[in-house]
Design a protein around this ligand. Sequence first.
Ligand SMILES: NC(=O)c1ccc[n+]([C@@H]2O[C@H](COP(=O)([O-])OP(=O)(O)OC[C@H]3O[C@@H](n4cnc5c(N)ncnc54)[C@H](O)[C@@H]3O)[C@@H](O)[C@H]2O)c1
Ligand SMILES: [Zn+2]
Ligand SMILES: [Zn+2]
Length: 329
Amino acid sequence: MKAVVISAPGEIEVTSVPDVSPGPREVVVAVAACGICGTDLHILEGEFAPTLPIVPGHEFAGDVVAVGSEVNEIAVGDRVAVDPSLHCGECYYCRRGRGNLCERWAAIGVSTAGGAAEFAVAPVANCVVLPEAVATADAALIEPLSCAVRGFDVLQPRMGDHFLIYGAGTMGLMMMELAKRAGAASVSMVDLNPSRLETARQLGCTATTASADELDRPRGWDNVIDCTGVVAAIEDGLGRVAPGGTFQQFGVSGEKAVARFSPYRIYNSEIRIVGSMAVLHSFERAAELFAEGVLNPEVMISDRFPLDDYPKALSQFQAGVGRKVQVQP
Ligand SMILES: NC(=O)c1ccc[n+]([C@@H]2O[C@H](COP(=O)([O-])OP(=O)(O)OC[C@H]3O[C@@H](n4cnc5c(N)ncnc54)[C@H](O)[C@@H]3O)[C@@H](O)[C@H]2O)c1
Ligand SMILES: [Zn+2]
Ligand SMILES: [Zn+2]
């Protein structure tokens, strides 16, 4: 079968790899679409852990074309979205219900062959069957949405909260859509890229700006979410949390990045700083939210490339052009 292979840092090719077959509790998915995100770039740059070579792609959905000998709940022909998380279920954190912090954390498309291929293997436990109304390719958005849902689980906003989101890429836009449904009184977006802000406006956010200085909210925001991973944005955002509010680090910074904040303000204004890492029991709910139309796929997905154009799709994502970029094997 045809697949994208990252063989060494910076080295990527679309090539032929051996066909896949399912283990007893696995299925084979003919990939309809696979989204590209920052994690794929990190893998290409040799930053994000795994052993190379790897077939990337952790955001995918497709048609089940083969099932293992002990799979009864999913049949050939079913359409599924795949939760890439491979929590071991046995380690200290898994046993404490924190599988996203698994000591042997692994994921399809990160540690094992992923969805940037004609076919991918997934445990049946990771598959969610799609309802009729959801187009298979669009369902590749469920994985990033499930990360945003995890973000909200940690954030725990209240009705009537004001939100400030840094970064109007796919993740920032998803956070905005969830905030609206979570009863936000307002959602403002900060980005340096005007075309990204244009999409945020189109989707109905309250205000958009290249600098939060231009926004008039002297008390600050109840929830400030970083969806950039950029230190300058993080430091700016930390200073804009309202007393009693929460700052969420959702964007991924370099491991060695350091950001400054005022410990006095954190103490004196009872500010919470929280992280959110990937998916934790949030995939199923993301799939249901998606089926209910929480996202407009026509807006969220800006480009759908053939598999052969994966390297091009990746560089386009890297250049910040468009929104969610997919390949469709
Ligand atoms: N926590 C998780 O589970 C999780 C899951 C998926 C993605 N992420 C991370 O979330 C972040 C956003 O993902 P994405 O796919 O939307 O990425 P993206 O690159 O498409 O969007 C990031 C946006 O931030 C903007 N930006 C950069 N510097 C800025 C600054 N100083 N001020 C304001 N805006 C700035 C960019 O213009 C861009 O529009 C990435 O860091 C990604 O790795 C985290
Ligand atoms: Zn991703
Ligand atoms: Zn574990």
